[in-house]
Design a protein around this ligand. Structure first.
Ligand code: HAM
Length: 433
């Protein structure tokens, strides 16, 4: 009996009607990244398990519950990357990039893997666009990162985006803040979800990151009674000065932000600035992207103390929002060739020639004229090129432009020039709009 295969739970196929929007979004992002002077870095999809466990934090959800961990045939403990940052920093160290220039601007894109419960906007294989600025501790680096983050969304047509920002300070101030939270939550232990009761032991700050209704209600009550201390009140003077400079820089750059005291991020390596953007239409999976500063990460990996700041954008969620807003990738003009019995061979040669420059559709099944015309009509091709037997014998073809509704008979030899002129004409009109 044959077995019916399905895509593994939490994964999905992107079919040809979806990929144009992805390609358009990726191309738009590459343009922005180039203009900001970022270079692409490609790292392996799997790394030593320890690399991720050490950097993301033993108590983080990513390490506790979501890692695709496996032992290979050589008994190595490996994991599919749950994010880019740790791998990019490992590569930065291993290749000695730090010795070549003081500051590096790096981007990556591709699949990442987290074993979460699948939902709308949450997958086990998803795609991130990741950027890192390594080597600068200056607030200006945070400002550049957040500005780049917003400009990527602007290139995808998002307007009036508000970035949520917070400072998560240093590990020591976070520990002190965690203790204060423990005291605040202890009397309300029973009102917390099971997950948050556990977080109360392991990492009370993560309670602020909860999606649980019960927890959210308790948080709202505590906030309303001014009984919930903020992390910003616990950070030291140097972190406070950095924070003030980042906010001033964002204002100077014209970036709209909101301070979110509950923003703590899900990975442990962050220091100082943390930021995210959300889209409410995605309900509990609303984070489209996020990032922050990670000044201790490279040292944690055995390198010299080196500051860094970065972010990752969840492409699946971002594309979901684009689709919901009805944004479609502009498709190029397609030329459809329609041949007759006596011009079939000629159509094959003509298609090959035109495909050096244009997108061309051409029948490969030797179907009749009317069947080809029907397909051409349905395909939405802008141009129809008809190779009639008599016209072809005279060295001519018929060209129909469905956009203008005009039809002309022209010399076959002048066809490419005519198509070029028509497409450029439209392009110019588009530019003028
Ligand atoms: P993150 O917040 O863990 O950050 O992930 C970034 C984005 O990936 C999220 O905002 C979300 O849009 C998307 N994402 C996360 N999990 C899933 C999932 N299961 N399905 C679909 N999308 C998901 C990081 O990964 C950091 N490495 C970012 C960074 C770079 N920080 C500094 N440099």
């Amino acid at each position: 009996m044959s077995v019916k295969h399905q895509a593994p739970r939490g994964t999905r196929d992107l079919l040809p009607d979806e990929t144009p929007l992805w390609r358009w979004a990726e191309a738009a992002a590459r343009g922005v990244l180039e203009r900001y002077g970022y270079g692409e870095i490609r790292t392996p999809m799997f790394e030593d398990y320890e690399l991720f466990a050490r950097t993301a934090g033993e108590s983080s959800d990513v390490v506790q519950k979501e890692m695709y961990r496996f032992t290979d045939l050589g008994e190595r403990q490996l994991a599919l990357r749950p994010e880019f940052t740790a791998g990019v920093m490992r590569a930065w160290l291993e290749s000695g990039l730090g010795g070549r220039a003081r500051v590096h601007r790096l981007w990556s894109a591709g699949p990442v893997f987290r074993y979460g419960r699948p939902a709308k906007g949450r997958y086990r294989q998803f795609s991130q666009l990741n950027c890192e600025l390594v080597g600068s501790a200056a607030p200006g680096a945070d400002v550049e990162m957040i500005t780049l983050f917003v400009d990527l969304y602007e290139a995808w047509g998002f307007r009036d985006l508000i970035v949520l920002v917070n400072s998560v300070g240093q590990p020591a101030s976070r520990r002190a803040y965690g203790e204060r939270l423990r005291e605040v939550f202890a009397p309300h232990r029973e009102a917390l979800s099971a997950d948050s009761q556990q977080r109360l032991e392991t990492n009370p700050m993560r309670i602020l990151d909860t999606k649980d209704e019960k927890d959210l209600a308790l948080l709202a009550t505590l906030r309303a009674n001014n009984a919930l201390p903020t992390l910003l009140d616990s950070i030291d003077e140097a972190d406070r000065a950095h924070w003030d400079a980042v906010l001033a820089g964002l204002e100077a750059a014209g970036v709209r932000y909101e301070v979110d005291h509950g923003l703590v991020r899900g990975l442990d390596y962050y220091t100082r600035t943390a930021f995210e953007v959300h889209d409410r239409s995605l309900a509990s999976q609303s984070a489209l992207g996020g990032g922050g500063r990670y000044d201790g990460l490279i040292e944690m990996l055995g390198g010299a103390p080196t500051p860094g700041v970065g972010f990752a954008i969840g492409m699946d969620r971002t594309l979901l929002v684009l689709q919901q807003r009805g944004i479609q990738a502009a498709s190029g003009d397609v030329v459809c060739l329609v041949a007759m019995e006596g011009t079939r061979a000629a159509a094959t040669a003509l298609a090959r020639e035109l495909r050096r420059e244009f997108t061309v559709e051409c029948d490969v099944e030797a179907r009749g004229f009317s069947a080809q015309m029907k397909t051409a009509g349905k395909s939405g091709a802008r141009f129809l090129v008809i190779l009639g037997e008599d016209e072809w014998a005279r060295g001519e073809v018929a060209l129909k432009d469905s956009r203008t509704g005009t039809q002309q008979t022209l010399a076959r030899i002048g066809l490419a020039d005519a198509l070029r002129a028509l497409t450029q004409e439209t392009w110019k009109q588009g530019e003028a709009l």
